[in-house]
Design a binder for this molecule. Structure first.
Ligand code: SF4
Length: 279
């Protein structure tokens, strides 16, 4: 089978940095904790757990030691608790997420109601919410009722949303007649490049695979976008999850992967798929 790999896929700079900091910290210190999974990829989480990284849900689960903040960032409340408990802190928050937190704070200081276009259950969004007092999270059109009145809105976006979705939501917000809208583009260029190359590729192939954690927001977004253009799109974590019967009669396959998918998972998938006999 002919297999084409997307021009841009796999680990982004933010994820690479978080993994590097985790490895460095584990080599230097005992009792290292990650607040939530370090990245949304089970294999990497298990590998780092074997090297000693303990994953906890709450700062209250840590008696002493070092806390590693993942690339999604931490909430203000969590950072306050870390300080109160005098724990060591290693901050792997992606610079783009930090920028988003600063912008949210700045908009709040300037009197804007902060509107975050994104998924309110995602840790990155939860880490931004606390940086403003007056804030609303808009996932879809169904959440627009949260925006009432006529004041000033400062609109920002979760880094891994698609430009189309951000644009569509902004268009809907404009219709609500607020007196002032300040829109700041906080989308991640790395994520956009992955989305663009995935869309380009999925249109050329018989079948499309999106590799990455089932709970990874940017991988889910890639799969969702590819599905729009190629109905034969499958979101898998690795080669073992592939139901080989779907390959029957297919000549070309495209492969892309989320920003938290290790290259060895991508390489293994591509190699095995290329060698697979579909006759
Ligand atoms: S996808 Fe973008 S915003 Fe998210 S961690 Fe990677 S570089 Fe940072």
């Amino acid at each position: 089978m002919e297999v084409i790999l997307a021009e841009k896929c796999g680990f982004c700079l933010g994820v690479k940095n978080a993994i590097m900091l985790a490895k460095q910290t584990l080599a230097q210190k005992p009792n290292v904790y990650s607040l939530g999974s370090i990245i949304h990829n089970q294999q990497v989480v298990e590998e780092l757990a074997r090297a000693g990284l303990k994953t906890v849900d709450s700062v209250d689960d840590i008696a002493s030691g070092t806390v590693l903040i993942r690339s999604h960032g931490a909430t203000r409340q969590q950072l306050k608790r870390i300080k109160e408990k005098r724990l060591d802190l290693i901050d792997a928050t992606c610079v783009l997420v930090k920028r988003l937190q600063k912008i949210s704070h700045m908009l709040n200081e300037d009197g804007y109601k902060v509107v975050i276009i994104g998924d309110e259950t995602h840790p990155e969004v939860q880490a931004i919410v606390g940086y403003a007092d007056n804030v609303a999270v808009i996932g879809t059109e169904a959440d627009l009722h949260k925006l009432t009145g006529h004041g000033k809105l400062g609109v920002i976006c979760q880094t891994t949303q698609s430009p189309d979705h951000f644009g569509r939501m902004v268009g809907e917000i404009i219709k609500k007649g607020f007196t002032e809208l300040k829109i700041i583009n906080t989308l991640c260029r790395e994520a956009i490049k992955r989305q663009q190359s995935a869309i380009k590729l999925c249109k050329q192939v018989d079948i499309m695979f999106v590799l990455g954690g089932l709970n990874s927001a940017n991988t889910k977004k890639l799969a969702e976008l590819c599905k729009k253009y190629n109905n034969m799109t499958f979101h898998l974590q690795n080669w073992d999850e592939l139901d080989k019967s779907i390959l029957c009669g297919k000549e070309t396959a495209g492969v892309t992967a989320g920003a938290s998918t290790p290259h060895r998972v991508i390489d293994e998938f591509v190699e095995k798929l290329a060698a697979y006999d579909t006759d």
